[in-house]
Design a protein around this ligand. Structure first.
Ligand SMILES: *Cc1c(COP(=O)(O)O)cnc(C)c1O
Length: 462
C-alpha cells in the first residue's frame, strides 16, 4: 500500500504542477478519445511502467474542475480539508449502515445532520441522511411526501391523481422522480414564475384549487433555493401557508444554494425554512467538498423511518437503531460522504463555512459590477445570486461557450430564461479571488477579439 500511496503522490504532484500552468486540460474530442488514450482492457495485465504512464495520461487529460478556468457547472475548486476527509473515507472504507461496520463514523454523520437541523431551527424530532446526489435527496423527499399522503401505497402500489407542484425553473430531477415514485411525470404541474424566476404563489394556489375541484390530490410542493439557471430563491413563507391550509408536503430543493443556511448574511434568502417538511442541500456545490455530499433532512424523522426502513436480520444485529443509519437511508452499503464535510466544518467552524458562502456572493457582485460597467455586455440575472447570466456583444452564447471549450480557454456553460439564451457564469469556487473574476472577462474579450468567426456571428444576430 505504501508503494501505491507514493505513486498517488507522484501522479497528483504532476497534476498540480500542470494545472497551474494549464488551467484547462488538453481538449480531447469524444470521437478521438479511444485513439488518444489507451483505455482498452485486455486479458493480461500490463507492466507497471506502462500502467503508470497510462494513468498519468488519463489524469492529465481529464477536465480540470478545480482551477480558475472552470465555471461550467454548479461546483468547482478543491477544498483541502474536505479532500483530506474524503481520502480518509476511501482508506477506511466503512459502510454507513450499521454501528458495527462504521463505529465512530456514525457519530460523524449524526453530528453533521444534527447541526444542520439545529441551524434550520428544528428540535429533536428532526433528522436526516446522506444520499448519492441532490437528485436522490429530492427523490427521498418525494417518496416521504407520497407515503405521508397515503401510508398504504408502499405496500399496495400507486394510486391515481397524486399531484406535485414545482416551478418552471426547478431542477429536472422533479419530473424524473415523479416517474420513479409512481406519481407519474404527467402529474407534475409547472407553476409560472415572476420576472426574477421565483415561483408565483397566487398561480400555485389557483392550480391547487383547480386540481382539487377536478378530483386531484395535491401531494407535494417543491420549492427551489437557487434555481439551476438564474440562482433564484423561491419565497418559502407564503407557500408554506398554502401547503398547511391544504395539508401538502413542502420540500425545499437547496441542492445548489441551500448552503446559505450557514451564513448569517444570506440565511434570509431561505427565510421560513423551519416551516418546511424536508430540505435538501449539496455540500459539494457551495461548500466545495468533493462530489458527492448530499444531505436530506426531514422535520419529523418518523417520515424517514416510515419510507426507508426495512428489517434485515442479517444486517441489524447489534446496537440501537439510532446508530444503525441504514434504517433511514436509500441505499444498503453506503460510502461515508459525511466525513469530508465534517473535516472541513471541524477545522473552519460554522463561521468558516459562512465565509465560503459569503465570498461567492461577493465574487458574484464583482462580476455583475463589471458587466454593468461595460456596454458590450447584457446582464440577465439579479442580485443575491451566484449565477451571473450575460451575453457579450450579442454573440450567441452556445457558439461562444463551445469555442472557448474547444480552444482550451475557459469552461463555462449557457442557459436560458424565457426567450433569452445567455452565458451562465457561476462564482461557486470560493478559492477564486476577485482578480480571477476580472481575468475571466479579460480572457473572454481577448478570445473574441482574436476569433473573427465569432464576431461574424454577432453581425448576423443583431
Ligand atoms: C445540482 C442540482 C440538483 C441535482 O443534484 P446532483 O447532486 O447533481 O444530483 C438538484 N436540484 C438543483 C436545484 C440543483 O442545482
Amino acid at each position: 500500500m505504501q508503494h501505491t500511496l507514493d505513486k498517488f503522490m507522484k501522479i497528483i504532484t504532476t497534476l498540480l504542477h500542470d494545472e497551474s500552468d494549464h488551467p484547462v486540460a488538453q481538449f480531447v474530442p469524444s470521437q478521438e478519445l479511444f485513439d488518444t488514450i489507451d483505455l482498452s482492457l485486455q486479458k493480461e495485465g500490463i507492466p507497471e511502467e506502462e500502467f503508470d504512464q497510462v494513468l498519468t495520461d488519463l489524469v492529465l487529460k481529464s477536465p480540470r474542475t478545480a482551477t480558475n478556468a472552470f465555471f461550467n457547472q454548479l461546483f468547482g475548486g478543491r477544498n483541502d480539508k474536505a479532500v483530506l476527509g474524503d481520502l480518509l473515507a476511501v482508506m477506511l472504507n466503512n459502510s454507513m449502515y450499521t454501528y458495527k461496520a462504521a463505529g465512530p463514523q456514525i457519530g460523524v454523520e449524526k453530528v453533521v445532520l444534527r447541526e444542520v437541523c439545529r441551524l434550520i431551527g428544528w428540535g429533536d424530532k428532526a433528522d436526516g441522511t446522506f444520499a448519492p446526489g441532490g437528485s436522490m435527496t429530492n427523490y427521498m423527499a418525494m417518496v416521504m411526501a407520497r407515503d405521508a399522503y397515503d401510508a398504504t401505497i408502499r405496500y399496495k402500489g400507486g394510486r391515481d391523481n397524486m399531484i406535485v407542484y414545482t416551478s418552471k425553473e426547478s431542477h429536472y430531477s422533479i419530473p424524473k422522480n415523479a416517474a420513479f415514485s409512481g406519481i407519474g411525470r404527467d402529474n407534475v404541474r409547472y407553476v409560472p414564475t415572476n420576472a426574477l424566476g421565483q415561483i408565483d404563489a397566487a398561480a400555485l394556489e389557483q392550480m391547487i384549487q383547480n386540481d382539487i375541484t377536478s378530483g386531484g390530490h395535491p401531494t407535494m410542493v417543491n420549492l427551489t433555493a437557487g434555481t439551476t439557471v438564474l440562482g433564484a430563491f423561491d419565497a418559502i413563507r407564503p407557500i408554506s401557508e398554502i401547503c398547511q391550509a391544504h395539508d401538502i408536503w413542502l420540500h425545499v430543493d437547496g441542492a445548489y444554494c441551500g448552503s446559505v443556511l450557514f451564513s448569517d448574511r444570506y440565511k434570509h434568502l431561505i427565510d421560513g425554512i423551519e416551516l418546511v417538511d424536508s430540505f435538501s442541500v449539496n455540500a459539494h456545490k457551495m461548500i466545495g467538498t468533493p462530489l458527492s455530499c448530499s444531505i436530506i433532512v426531514a422535520k419529523n424523522k418518523k417520515h424517514l423511518h416510515d419510507s426507508f426502513s426495512n428489517d434485515a436480520s442479517y444486517l441489524y444485529q447489534t446496537d440501537h437503531d439510532e446508530f444503525n443509519l441504514g434504517k433511514t437511508s436509500l441505499q444498503c452499503g453506503r460510502r461515508n460522504d459525511a466525513l469530508k464535510f465534517w473535516t472541513l466544518w471541524k477545522s473552519v467552524g460554522t463561521n468558516g463555512l459562512a465565509k465560503i458562502v459569503d465570498h461567492q456572493f461577493d465574487l458574484g457582485e464583482t462580476a455583475r459590477d463589471y458587466i454593468r460597467a461595460h456596454k458590450d455586455y447584457t446582464l440577465y440575472s439579479f442580485e443575491d445570486s451566484i449565477s451571473i447570466c450575460f451575453n457579450y456583444r450579442n454573440i450567441p452564447a452556445r457558439a461562444l461557450c463551445t469555442a472557448l471549450y474547444e480552444q482550451e480557454e475557459l469552461l463555462v456553460g449557457y442557459g436560458s430564461f424565457g426567450t433569452d439564451e445567455f452565458v451562465r457564469f457561476v462564482t461557486i469556487n470560493a478559492q477564486n479571488s476577485h482578480q480571477d473574476i476580472l481575468d475571466f472577462f479579460a480572457k473572454l474579450e481577448r478570445f473574441v477579439a482574436h476569433h473573427h468567426e465569432l464576431s461574424v456571428l454577432e453581425v448576423q444576430s443583431s
